[in-house]
Design a protein around this ligand. Structure first.
Ligand SMILES: Nc1nc2c(ncn2[C@@H]2O[C@H](COP(=O)(O)OP(=O)(O)OP(=O)(O)O)[C@@H](O)[C@H]2O)c(=O)[nH]1
Length: 321
């Protein structure tokens, strides 16, 4: 292969590749601007050749691209520009539709020093990573959705039992480490079976949604967690709350459900509306009790509330913990 043919071959390859290629001489003037660059920048090769890159594209002045070019020309350093700092440093567009939307191409940029005929030059390679970045974003969104689905209840959207198990374990360990307290409320809708039987399962579902969102709206601290513990049973974890504070929260939640005034003609008790019973337990960390004891105590208190006639709040005696 003769030198002329080899040169022609190299030129055709440069024009055909799907990578933007710019070569600058030691003064920063463009000596090579391939077809890919023309296509995606809207600046033809003959317009670019001989221009100072930073006059041709003034917005690059003072950017990391500028610094990388200076480093390559003056200090012979290569740079790979991080995607996280500036995803689209050059005014390039993947296609005309993206340009019409003003949506710039996301770029991977590599700046490399070159020595050509004994003189320092600088090669800038650009590739379109919009597709890969889009896929990455989609993947991140799907992962987040999956994470949310794993830890939230499909009907009510609040935390599910799995999330509760993780949180109660974490909060009890944290309380023990810091010598604090943690309280737990177990909340159960009264006479929910007759509610379902008379109003139908769908309305039963609506009732669960209304009650859970009313309860959720009252939890102001980000550390508090309302979870669906079972069918019509909810749990509230109150980190750093003593029994008195937990009882106050229980009264607020109980009153909120009453204020919903959801009719329940078939309730077994005197109230002809949806009510809840609440069991309250507090774990003091000077005791040796663990998670099962705390849940057991709150459950026991809830059972007592049911036995005493429902629509009430009962605190677990400390000896249960
Ligand atoms: N609609 C609906 N009902 C549910 C769901 N999960 C559980 N249930 C119903 O909740 C009812 C719970 O009934 P029980 O445990 O007998 O309790 P109850 O009738 O509320 O009686 P007390 O708790 O003693 O006041 C059952 O009829 C379940 O079918 C759900 O996701 N949707």
């Amino acid at each position: 292969m003769t030198d002329t043919v080899r040169l022609e071959l190299l030129e055709s390859v440069l024009e055909a590749v799907s990578v933007g290629t710019i070569v600058l001489d030691a003064a920063g003037r463009v000596v090579l601007w391939n077809k890919w660059m023309s296509r995606h920048s809207g600046c033809a090769t003959h317009e670019a050749l001989g221009s100072d890159l930073f006059e041709l594209l003034p917005e690059l002045r003072g950017t990391r691209v500028h610094a990388a070019v200076t480093q390559a020309l003056q200090n012979n350093f290569s740079s790979l520009l991080s995607q996280t700092l500036n995803r689209s440093p050059f005014p390039l567009f993947s296609n005309p539709a993206a340009q019409a939307r003003g949506e710039r191409m996301q770029q991977a940029v590599a700046v490399t020093p070159l020595t050509v005929a004994g003189a320092r030059h600088c090669l800038i390679q650009l590739s379109d990573v919009s597709l890969a970045a889009g896929r990455e974003k989609l993947l991140r969104e799907q992962t987040e959705l999956l994470r949310m689905q794993t830890f939230s209840d499909g009907l009510t959207g609040i935390a599910n039992r799995r999330a509760f198990d993780v949180a109660i374990d974490r909060e009890v360990r944290r309380a023990k480490r810091g010598g604090g307290k943690v309280s737990l409320l177990m909340i159960d809708i009264d006479y929910f079976k007759p509610y379902n039987d008379h109003y139908g399962h769908q309305q039963g579902d609506q009732c669960l949604i209304q009650v859970s969102s009313a309860l959720q709206a009252l939890l102001q601290r980000s550390v508090d967690m309302l979870a669906r513990y079972g069918g019509e049973e909810f749990a509230v974890i109150l980190p750093d709350n003593d029994l008195q504070q937990a009882m106050q929260m229980a009264r607020t939640l109980h009153a909120r459900v009453l204020a919903l005034a959801l009719p329940h003609e078939y309730a077994g008790g005197p109230a002809k509306q949806v009510t809840v019973s609440i069991g309250v337990a507090t774990l003091a960390t000077d005791r040796h009790a663990e998670v099962p004891a705390l849940i057991g105590a709150a459950d026991h208190a809830l059972y007592d509330a049911k036995r005493q006639g429902r629509n009430r709040i009962v605190a677990a005696p400390p000896e249960l913990l």
